[in-house]
Design a binder for this molecule. Structure first.
Ligand code: IVH
Length: 689
């Protein structure tokens, strides 16, 4: 009876895995889901639960792997079976014609076809499959060895973990590109800007940076995508590269829709010209076209040079660029004091828009380009969002050309001498509490949706208040609209603020009431978000949450020592030092006390705190089986609330197992072997009572 039951569980798990693989393919490759997201999640949840309860049926390629785990391990270096070569680049039609002629000559008059395909601009990956299962994913590395990033790659939905039965070889390798779609890239940068993290310059950097993260869970969140473009192995289905990729598509891989076999040079050039325009409508970045001799026999015949195949070449699209005059350089001061030089240009048409400004990043770039005011400069829109200056045409220089550009030494907004930290390219204005754009930026951050979510106030109103001298920090907002509870009605507002807002255009009673309400609502914003809202440099949303957990009051955080801060997950030297510096500044302490006097939350709420104990402090607890009184998640929360740690698998370090019904036999055996006690639901509940 028992055996039959277990077989059912196993079968159910296998069925769920197979179905989830299939639905994943329908959704991510074919774009035609058969079931709703909710149904998908439901099945995934069931499988996750069964896997937790039955570790004996572990499958490293289970669809649950897509969610990623928090495991943090260094990458293993792996040797590539076939070296990962790069392609020779060409930039003009005549170079493409040269390639075509070389191939023709090399094949001594034989007929040949060239497979033309997109050159995806991401980071390359080699995937190894054995009997239809993804067993390893390795980065290009130095071409001979790469990093084993299998756990991260498993989170990418368009990469099949388990192929449906098909005519694929037992062992094969497939290579391709990991990409971050434009949309995901833009969202990620927006979020990073909000959290004061450095932005990614383009989707390529974002994709490769993400793939190298040590936290697959974060990788999963970043929604990478893939295109595969090269099948390798001993028993490939066809002699044609194109045909092999079509096969790979039928096995479940994501293959470009835009591949084409061409016979003549003209067909190749037409393909290039078509995609040079059409690629702008693709959801991912491309930077050229790859041309490959289609027949594998002919590829072998042509062979390789030391660096690249003779049977393939990359044609790189011209980055769109324009020549225009550099009129002047202005300097912007960001919320954190970073100084960004901006090139002001004579307006010029580029890739469908008029460009008036371009970024030049930092002082080193200015120096490297040897920029002079009045220079004729090249502006390019590559994969980057903001156009940049890539060169100077010095032949235009004459006696009217202006001076060499020298980076400013004092802040253009407040006159404070700039600083440059060791190892950093950027200049900073250190006057973080007195420099206008830094103050305005801090207020904007404070009121933003993910921080205090104060409706009715936007950057324009903040600027108006600040410029009129009504507000010089975030406490000023509370003073005007709440004043420690003294202002509750519109009359009280006008009474306490006799200088009147009526002088501010468009600022009517309705707007005042709206701000008053959202300021009052903000008193309920929980401590972790208030901490984030303060805008301590490098303390983003996630870090603020973790800090609040370890330091449940602002006082405990303010007095924390460097070493204590470093013990918080995700806090390194840079963040820890920034926190110490923030609380060492009297002005910040004063600001916090003003906000506190207005009633903002500077401690974890009583609710959370009062339920906290250290009854399970230092205990590692495994949860297994099916429960009747509370859900598995609830037990997990209880363990954490009482100071314990919920761990996934049994080891010598496990303190006890919280076991429900149907605990897996393998777990039971392991527990008995290690002499680990098993605690049932009721006993556990009385333990923490
Ligand atoms: S084939 C031996 N096809 O471009 C041929 N590469 O410098 C191996 N790439 O490292 C490459 N799209 O990361 C090939 N359709 C495509 C490609 C492609 C992008 C990348 C790849 C490679 C680099 C070549």
């Amino acid at each position: 009876m028992k055996i039959e039951l277990l077989m059912n569980v196993k079968e159910r798990m296998e069925w769920l895995r197979k179905e989830l693989h299939r639905h994943n393919h329908n959704y991510y490759i074919l774009n035609s889901p058969e079931i709703s997201d909710q149904e998908f999640d439901y099945m995934m949840r069931e499988l996750q639960d069964l896997e937790q309860a039955h570790p004996e049926y572990y499958d490293p390629n289970s669809p649950t792997m897509r969610v990623g785990s928090d495991l943090n391990k260094e990458f293993k270096q792996v040797a590539h079976k076939y070296p990962m070569l790069s392609l020779a680049n060409t930039y003009s039609e005549s170079e493409v014609a040269d390639f075509y002629d070389r191939v023709k000559k090399g094949l001594e008059g034989e007929d040949f076809e060239i497979c033309c395909e997109m050159k995806y601009d991401g980071t390359s990956i080699s995937l190894i499959y054995e009997d239809g299962r993804l067993v390893q994913a390795v980065t290009r590395g130095d071409g001979v060895h790469g990093d084993d990033v299998t756990a991260n790659v498993k989170t990418i939905h368009s990469i099949p973990l388990q192929l449906a039965p098909g005519d694929y070889p037992h062992n094969f390798e497939i290579r391709g590109e990991i990409l971050m779609p434009w949309k995901v890239f833009e969202e990620l940068n927006l979020e990073r800007e909000l959290n004061e993290e450095p932005l990614f310059a383009n989707p390529r950097n974002a994709a490769s940076g993400t793939l190298k993260l040590q936290n697959p869970k974060e990788v999963a969140r970043r929604k990478l995508d893939s295109y595969l473009y090269y099948l390798l192995g001993e028993n490939l289905p066809a002699d044609g590269h194109y045909e092999n990729l079509e096969k790979a598509r039928s096995w479940g891989f994501k293959i470009s829709e835009g591949m084409k076999k061409c016979k003549t040079l003209q067909e190749i050039l037409d393909f290039i010209n078509y995609w040079d325009v059409e690629r702008k409508n693709l959801p991912v970045a491309t930077d050229g076209i790859v041309l490959k001799v289609n027949s594998l026999v002919q590829q072998r015949h042509l062979g390789y040079t030391a660096k690249s195949p003779r049977w393939a070449i990359a044609y790189k699209f011209q980055a769109e660029r324009a020549l225009t005059k550099l009129e002047k350089i202005t300097y912007q001061v960001g919320r954190t004091g970073v100084i960004t030089p901006v090139a002001n240009l004579t307006p010029v048409q580029l890739a469908g828009t008029v460009v008036k400004r371009a970024s030049i990043h930092n002082a080193d770039v200015i120096e490297g380009l040897d920029l002079h005011i009045g220079d004729m400069v090249y502006v390019e829109k590559g994969g980057e969002i903001i156009p940049k200056i890539t060169g100077v045409d010095k032949s235009y220089r004459n006696s009217l050309t202006g001076e060499k550009v020298r980076f400013i030494t004092v802040c253009p907004e407040c006159g404070t001498p700039l600083v440059r930290f060791e190892g950093e390219a950027a200049h900073y204005c250190p006057n973080d509490v007195g420099c206008p754009p830094q103050i305005k930026g801090k207020i904007e951050h404070f009121i933003s949706r993910r921080a205090m979510n104060i409706d009715g106030l936007g950057p324009e109103t903040v600027a108006l208040f600040f410029n009129a001298g009504y507000v010089h920090d975030v406490a000023g907002l509370y003073d005007i609209f709440y004043r420690k509870g003294e202002i509750q009605t519109l009359d009280e507002f006008y009474d306490k603020n006799p200088w009147h807002f009526m002088s501010i255009p468009g600022f009517k009673s309705k707007s005042v009431l709206k701000i008053m309400k959202s300021i009052k609502d903000s008193l309920q914003v929980p401590y972790p978000r208030v901490l984030f809202a303060l805008g301590i440099r490098f303390v983003g949303e996630a870090t603020a949450k973790l800090l609040a957990k370890s330091f449940p009051t602002i006082e405990s955080l303010a007095s924390a020592k460097l070493q204590e801060l470093l013990e918080v997950e995700g806090v390194g030297e840079v963040i820890a030092e920034s926190i110490i510096k923030y609380f060492a500044d009297e002005r910040n302490i004063h600001l916090i006390s003003e906000l506190k006097a207005n009633g903002l939350q500077f401690a974890l709420s009583e609710e959370i705190l009062s339920e906290r104990t250290d009854k399970l402090a230092g205990k590692s607890i495994v949860i297994s089986g099916v429960f009747t009184k509370h859900s598995r998640d609830e037990y997990k929360t209880m363990i954490e609330r009482h100071g314990g740690k919920n761990v996934g698998s049994i080891s010598v370090k496990t303190s006890f197992i919280l076991a429900g019904e149907n605990m897996g036999p393998a777990k039971l055996e392991k527990a008995q072997k290690l002499g680990i006690s098993i605690v049932n639901e009721d006993d556990f509940l009385s333990m923490i009572e």
